[in-house]
Design a protein around this ligand. Structure first.
Ligand SMILES: NC(=O)c1ccc[n+]([C@@H]2O[C@H](COP(=O)([O-])OP(=O)(O)OC[C@H]3O[C@@H](n4cnc5c(N)ncnc54)[C@H](OP(=O)(O)O)[C@@H]3O)[C@@H](O)[C@H]2O)c1
Length: 244
């Protein structure tokens, strides 16, 4: 019987699109602690440099995930990739009746078109033993009715994309991490009061009695990267948020 259930990350190269903050940065830090090297991609060079310093060094690349040319450029000179993690995405909240549709559609541009651009650009560099993790979310199962319709559509689409790609890109494994409410800067654009209100309400309603941390999600992403039999899966990490 094979006693080594996990694939080690030692000496692997992990590319994290959305790696300069939040869940992506926590994933980079955990992967580095397991012996991987990381490339972080995001829109802001200064933020990327700070993130790289934070985790003791990483290569960085500046690109907006929704811009095909920028993504192709950043992957053009990259070294071979073992694992690809896509966490890039901003919060585009707003009721459909009240919001500019083009702004709301950024949620889809970033998560669906962006994922496609990244995967296309990364594929020629990817190891057949490697894997891809896309980021979904709880809105796929639990719509809020409070201005998250397009994000819900995008995260449901990510699940369908990942399951099809698990077949199409075989033997490369493709999985989805689906976080519930996690304490990151994602919600900063809503303003401090609204953010605090959302977190307070979640703390009361969630079975675990608190909001999650990016490190907890990173731990689950590392599981998807290192367990060689996880494929086409949507791994929820939401403190029981889908149950309430
Ligand atoms: N936090 C939660 O509660 C939660 C729950 C469910 C799902 N998610 C999803 O998890 C993912 C990561 O969220 P997070 O909480 O870690 O957010 P975060 O702390 O705001 O980090 C987002 C990261 O993505 C980058 N990014 C954002 N838009 C980008 C774009 N258009 N192109 C390239 N990079 C971009 C950001 O850097 P720059 O802004 O400098 O580019 C940053 O590195 C998002 O897709 C989010 O929807 C989060």
């Amino acid at each position: 019987m094979n006693s080594c259930l996990t694939q080690p990350l030692t000496d692997t190269h992990i590319v994290i699109v959305g790696g300069s903050a939040g869940i992506g940065l926590a994933t980079a830090a955990t992967a580095k602690a397991r012996g991987a090297s990381a490339t972080l991609i995001g829109r802001n060079a200064e933020r990327l440099e700070l993130a790289s310093k934070d985790i003791g060094g990483a290569r960085t690349g500046v690109a907006d995930i929704s811009d095909r040319t920028q993504i192709e450029t950043v992957f053009a000179n990259m070294s071979p990739i073992d694992h690809l993690v896509i966490t890039a995405g901003s919060l585009q909240a707003g009721l459909v009746a009240e919001s500019d549709p083009d702004r709301l559609l950024r949620a889809v541009d970033e998560r669906i078109a962006g994922a496609l651009y990244v995967i296309k650009a990364a594929l020629p560099l990817m190891s057949f033993q490697g894997s891809i993790v896309l980021t979904g979310g709880q809105y796929s199962d639990r719509p809020t009715g409070q201005g998250t319709a397009l994000t819900a559509m995008a995260v449901r689409g990510i699940e369908a994309l990942a399951q099809s790609l698990a077949l199409e890109l075989s033997p490369i494994r493709v999985n989805v991490i689906a976080p519930g409410l996690i304490d990151t800067a994602l919600f900063d654009s809503l303003g401090a009061d609204i953010r605090a209100g959302i977190f307070r309400a979640a703390t009361k309603s969630l079975p675990v009695g608190r909001v999650g941390t990016p490190e907890e999600v990173a731990d689950a992403i590392i599981f998807l990267l290192t367990n060689g039999y996880m494929n086409g899966e949507v791994l929820h990490i939401d403190g029981g948020g889908r149950l309430v």
